[in-house]
Design a protein around this ligand. Structure first.
Ligand code: ZN
Length: 449
């Protein structure tokens, strides 16, 4: 039996601290859909794992979309006549609407006002706004600051460039024994927002390092991509290889203290859906599982009907459903080290299940084999252990029929995956099972009426 034993549990405190420290290092960078902030982010993540940097030129046709111009920004401000910058990009990269076209003008507050964005319900927070697909410009500020602005002429400057360039994304492929792949994807296009983008990035990067350092059956692919256009670009460039993706998770919003939420794949009943549900059910913590909807993160693209990949989304509060979403309050205080470590641990447990989830065939299917005489219980101490093991052995024997895998046996038996895995391991050692190869499993499926 190919079995990857779980690594000894890492110290969650140390891990959480490392994840948070990486988020803190990435926080100030001015990421956007394209541009130097994204490249610098990939460079820093590349210290953990050898990310391949892809640069897709402006104008490249990708599915129904076109790779946009690259946006670079050097400075942006609104200045009073006395020279004081009342809005200053250099204090926070949220202050400018991302993808703003260049502007140099003098204008009154009345003329400037339509270009100012605030959050009246949260008067001290600065919103995050973009204008990716329409040529526009603007500034974001707190509502309380807006109310303090005086009616004087302002000097307005956005020193930006929108020009031919590239869309950048990072990719890491970690080969395993099998060509079957697990895909992890996170978005890297938001500026100083911690939960919405940095949390997914740092969890994915540390997960990639963890997987690279351990023996593995499956192959893994990690994508660090700008949301929407990045996923669409990657899908357009890799359509021929998508058949290898057997499982996947979009990682997003993993750092705040809400319970873990899993959004099922569009298909809803794939092994990744079962694996996440099993892991969450066994943890002694609240969680929720929600159905697929075509709204949220890049599962929208991966699960579009033409691809329909077995990819779900792991998050804590769902997309847009926490008050700090897309505002300056989504900062490094909102994202807690212990939550990042906990989200990482869920992913690592899911990987353990996927790695060890195999199908077997009972070699003694007519009546029950006589277990006692084979010495199957020898290593066990108490009667309770023996009783539990006996039930696990009987479940595995009964359902190892070429149709059920270990995870579906664990679900049907209401037992932890690891217990069923252990029972299968013992039966295999005693030559009562044989592993089904993918080909023989397919054969069995075809033969099943
Ligand atoms: Zn977002």
């Amino acid at each position: 039996m190919t079995s990857t034993q779980p690594l000894p549990p890492c110290d969650a405190t140390d891990l959480g601290r490392d994840l948070h420290a990486l988020a803190a290092e990435l926080y100030p960078l001015c990421r956007s859909m394209t541009g130097p902030g994204v490249r610098r982010t990939l460079e820093i993540l590349g210290r953990l794992v050898p990310l391949e940097l892809h640069e897709v030129p402006t104008g490249t046709q990708v599915l129904d979309w076109t790779v946009p111009r690259e946006w670079q920004i050097r400075d942006a401000y609104v200045k009073r006549p006395d020279g004081q910058r009342v809005i200053d990009f250099k204090r926070s990269n949220l202050h400018v609407v991302h993808y703003s076209v260049p502007v140099r003008a003098r204008m009154s507050l009345t003329e400037l006002r339509p270009h100012l964005h605030t959050l009246p319900d949260h008067p001290d927070w600065v919103p995050y706004r973009t204008s990716y697909w329409t040529e526009d410009w603007g500034f974001c500020l707190s509502h309380s600051q807006l109310e303090r602005l005086e009616e004087v002429p302002y000097e307005v400057c956005i020193d930006s460039t929108l020009a031919e360039g590239a869309l950048s994304y990072g990719e890491l492929f970690v080969p395993g024994e099998s060509r079957d792949e697990v895909l992890f994807s996170c978005h890297i296009c938001h500026p100083s927002l911690a939960n919405d983008n940095l949390s997914g990035m740092v969890v994915a990067a540390y997960l990639a390092r963890h997987i690279s350092e351990r023996p593995r059956r499956l192959s893994y692919r990690f994508l660090f991509i700008p949301a929407t256009i990045g996923a669409i670009t990657w899908l357009a460039r890799n359509e021929a290889c998508l058949v290898r993706i057997k499982h996947g998770l979009v990682l997003a919003l993993l750092g705040h203290s809400d319970p873990v939420t899993y959004k099922r794949s569009r298909r809803g009943n794939t092994p990744i859906d079962a694996a996440v549900a099993h892991v969450l059910a066994l943890r002694d913590q609240p969680y929720q599982i929600v159905g697929f909807e075509p709204y949220g993160h890049d599962e929208r693209q991966f699960c579009s009907p033409g691809f329909n990949l077995p990819i779900g989304c792991l998050m804590r509060a769902p997309h847009g459903q926490f008050p700090e979403y897309h505002s300056s309050a989504d900062n490094l205080d909102l994202v807690r080290p212990e939550n990042l470590a906990d989200s990482w641990a869920v992913c690592a447990e899911v990987i353990d299940v996927l790695e060890n989830n195999r199908s077997y065939l009972n070699l003694c299917p007519k009546g029950e084999p006589q277990l006692g005489r084979r010495g199957l219980y020898r290593s066990l101490g108490g009667a309770m252990d023996r009783q539990a093991l006996e039930r696990d052995l009987l479940w595995v024997l009964n359902l190892s029929d070429g149709v059920h895998d270990l995870l579906s046996i664990a679900q049907q038996a209401g037992r932890p995956f690891t217990a069923i895995q252990q029972a299968a391991y013992l039966l295999l050692q005693h030559e009562l099972l044989r592993p089904l190869t993918d080909e023989s499993a397919a054969q069995t499926e075809r033969c099943t009426p």
